[in-house]
Design a protein around this ligand. Structure first.
Ligand code: BYC
Length: 316
């Protein structure tokens, strides 16, 4: 690659992608490929970390010891996913401090979905079933993306997300076998989480500025609309199984295409949320900034300990 022009390198890079080769951190890559991956992977990592907040809200109020233990484990898993993806992003030659700094300053985005409040216990079921369900559809595709560290992180994360998805569905299935009040609570949670879950996949293909480039580089293997459709097709029968109604009067199965047709998504709401004006945006950022400030002593102590260990190693 030494004597090649930038254009020739990019051509060779694209040929590698087209042959289905996996790009590893030390391989040559276009600057734009690197920056697009940093944008997308860091947004993903921040989402996992912010995603701990709405569910964390219910740990002290879970209805039984078993539910509390399961929720605690799930929230801990999300934190682990965040750290795992941050490590993957660091292979692109950016430090953890920079990544977290961009998030806390508001420069980097996180998923729109976590700006909605968790009002009842049923919301924990709806998040597991719908939000983790949507994440699995998106991340199963990312497990086949062209960047090795991201793809490998997704394999492990998807295994855990499958467990999260099942626990959420089981919470709703249990409520749907309960009293009229419990059934109404489950339905209300799904009414509030359904549309924001569809927005997780990003804008429609025609309005997605990053998709064409990311698909050419096989970072994205399917378009936003294709993944959204896949999620709807697999989720509607699950709702039917437990007697939950999907809050979309236009939803209907098309026998010819074998897909569900669905009503219009409120994109105005989506753009409003990603601009920072959702119900919980300010609360979420305030909580993360406070956690960063309050956690300073832990970072400092860990650094001091690491330095001491290194010094000991050198002495020995
Ligand atoms: N929210 O050109 P587009 C989890 C932005 S956490 C906010 O289509 P792209 C879990 C987009 O960034 C899992 N912003 O973008 C955790 C772009 O703006 P910029 C989270 C969004 O990148 C805890 C603009 O809109 N999953 O599962 O081609 C508990 C135009 O969009 C959103 C991931 O992060 C959104 N929903 O595609 C429970 C998956 N959608 O950056 C569960 C990884 C779009 O140009 N990310 N935007 O200013 C992806 O797959 C892709 O980045 C997206 C967007 C499909 C989200």
């Amino acid at each position: 690659m030494k004597n090649l022009t930038e254009q020739e390198r990019e051509k060779k890079f694209q040929e590698r992608i087209d042959r289905g080769e996996i790009i590893e951190p030390k391989d040559w890559m276009p600057e734009r490929y690197r920056s697009q991956l940093i944008r997308m992977m860091s947004q993903h990592a921040h989402s996992e970390i912010v995603g701990m907040l709405p569910e964390g809200n219910w740990i002290t109020r879970a209805p039984s010891l078993k539910r509390k233990a399961v929720l605690l484990a799930k929230v801990q898993d999300e934190g682990g996913h965040g750290l795992y993806i941050y490590s993957g992003t660091e292979t692109l030659n950016i430090s953890r401090e920079e990544l977290v700094g961009e998030f806390l300053s508001g420069k980097a985005k996180y998923s729109s979905i976590f700006n909605y409040p968790t009002l009842t216990w049923a919301d924990i079921g709806a998040i597991g079933w719908l939000v983790d369900g949507a994440a699995i559809v998106n991340q199963t595709a990312l497990a086949k993306c062209s960047y090795g560290p991201y793809a490998r992180a997704m394999v492990r994360i998807c295994k855990e997300e499958n467990f999260h998805h099942k626990q959420g569905y089981e919470i709703l299935a249990t409520l749907m076998k309960g009293t009229e009040g419990q059934k109404a609570m489950a339905q209300d949670a799904v009414n509030r989480w359904w549309w924001p879950s569809l927005m997780m996949f990003g804008p429609s293909d025609k309005d997605s500025p990053n998709s064409a480039e990311l698909m050419r580089w096989k970072v994205k293997r399917f378009s936003n609309d294709d993944l959204r459709q896949r999620f709807i097709d697999r989720t509607v029968p699950q709702a039917d199984n437990i007697g939950i109604k999907i809050p979309d009067p236009m939803l209907k199965f098309n026998e010819t295409t074998s897909h569900y047709e669905y009503g219009p998504i409120n994109w105005e709401e989506f753009y409003n949320v990603i601009k920072g004006n959702g119900i919980c945006n300010r609360e979420r950022m305030k909580a993360r900034r406070a956690a960063h400030t309050d956690g300073r002593w832990v970072r400092e102590a860990a650094e001091a300990y690491a330095k001491k260990q290194t010094a000991k190693g050198i002495e020995a």
